[in-house]
Design a protein. Structure first.
Lengths: 124, 276
């Protein structure tokens, strides 16, 4: 548990440093980490995002395999907005008969929560 | 192959939208399509094996299941069901006949007089109230025990649901429509879990195929530590879908049971059974 958390923090840190070069980096880094951490919590929680029910996610236990593993998200979604739209459930991103719940459209999660989750899975 | 069923299910969905078209859809075709779908999905699993739910997808879980079934935890409940039967034998025999091995196979059935689906549990309570007895509480306890007794007496016989009227067909279509329509906040349908994704895992739970859903009920679930009826399970799944469960023996669940049981035609009755 601790190990995965550490690894995760390291990844998050690596990403934030990569993007933030200005002296403000410490502050910006904190903020980004908070969002990623919040997103991870949501993605793993049974009562909220519960992405683990269907997707394998690094660091998550007892993942389902109904949907594809959430890996290399940046590679698959160079445009982060598209990833947001997918999780939100914009009609043009929906796959017919898919189990993937339209999280934003059906009000399962708020836009802020979806942004946090997207920030988190973008680190995967 | 997924396409066949999608087409079949989609056909069902549009047909139910217009009542006048109901007559053109054949429940038997739906059943055969489903059997074909599961055969194509897992060519190595014999259709007769579907009576054992999700266990058919995992050798590990199947061996655990078999170990439990050597001395199943529901034996006392069957005895208790038999005692309940004997206590009001005259009442039940008047409703269902005195051959206890022939009761489970009569249900679910469509009653032309009331134009409603009748289930075993529903009729047990109907029978009791007609005789001036207090109805049992739904979903668990005595109703499940008596139902388990009748199921056990019929063990090995085959599910045989008959649809031979417009009314019965309508009830079937209503059940089918409920099964395939997404409901609730998560936009899930029964079919998404138990047809398209049967055999996959939601968290650690392997999803059972809907073919065979009704054969083993009532079931003793480790999670419940007691017997529960099919409608209790429906309520649980509806909660998982974030859909407010309907009442046990509501028209929605009776039609759903009618649809699910018709799909199981030809499969062996093996209730009561055990589930994780």
């Amino acid at each position: 548990m601790l190990k995965t958390k550490m690894k995760h923090l390291l990844t998050a840190a690596a990403i934030t440093t990569a993007f933030a070069v200005a002296p403000l980096s410490a502050q910006a880094g904190d903020k980004e980490m908070t969002s990623v951490e919040a997103g991870k919590k949501l993605a793993f929680s049974r009562s909220q995002g519960n992405c683990l029910a269907c997707h394998a996610i690094q660091g998550g236990q007892l993942a389902g395999n109904i949907g594809p593993a959430l890996i290399a998200m940046k590679l698959r979604y160079p445009d982060k907005q598209k990833l947001f739209d997918k999780v939100w459930g914009k009609p043009n991103t929906q796959v017919p008969n898919s189990m993937m719940p339209p999280f934003g459209q059906n009000g399962i999660l708020t836009d802020k929560q979806i942004h946090e989750i997207v920030d988190f899975i973008y680190t995967l | 192959m997924k396409k066949t069923l999608l087409v079949a299910l989609a056909l069902g969905a549009t047909a139910t939208a217009t009542v006048s078209m109901a007559a053109s859809i054949d429940p038997e075709q739906s059943r055969q399509d489903l059997v074909k779908y599961f055969k194509a999905k897992n060519p190595n699993i014999d259709i007769s094996a579907y009576k054992n739910g999700a266990y058919i997808y995992s050798a590990d879980k199947m061996s655990q299941f078999k170990a439990v079934m050597e001395f199943p935890p529901y034996l006392d409940a069957i005895d208790a069901g038999e005692a309940l039967y004997n206590k009001d034998k005259a009442v039940y025999d008047k409703c269902f006949g005195s051959d206890v091995t022939k009761v489970r196979v009569m249900f679910p059935r469509f009653d032309e007089k009331t134009q409603q689906v009748q289930t075993l549990e529903g009729q047990i309570n109907q029978c009791r109230t007609d005789a001036g007895l207090k109805p049992f509480k739904w979903k668990k306890g005595d109703i499940a025990k008596l139902s388990a007794f009748y199921a056990d007496q019929a063990r090995g016989q085959k599910i045989h649901v008959v649809i031979n009227s417009e009314g019965a067909k309508k009830a079937f279509l209503a059940g089918e429509k409920f099964f395939i329509t997404p409901h609730g906040q998560l936009n899930l349908s029964c079919a998404k879990c138990h047809t398209y994704n049967a055999g996959r895992k939601a968290r650690a739970n392997i999803l059972s195929p809907n073919l065979g859903h009704t054969t083993g009920f009532p079931v003793f679930r480790a999670k419940w530590q007691e017997l529960g009826t099919l409608h209790r399970r429906y309520g649980g799944c509806n909660k998982n879908m974030r859909l407010k469960p309907f009442k046990a023996q509501s028209e929605v669940y009776r039609n759903l049971e009618f649809y699910e049981a018709y799909m199981d035609n030809g499969l062996e009755i093996n209730g009561p059974s055990y589930r994780e």
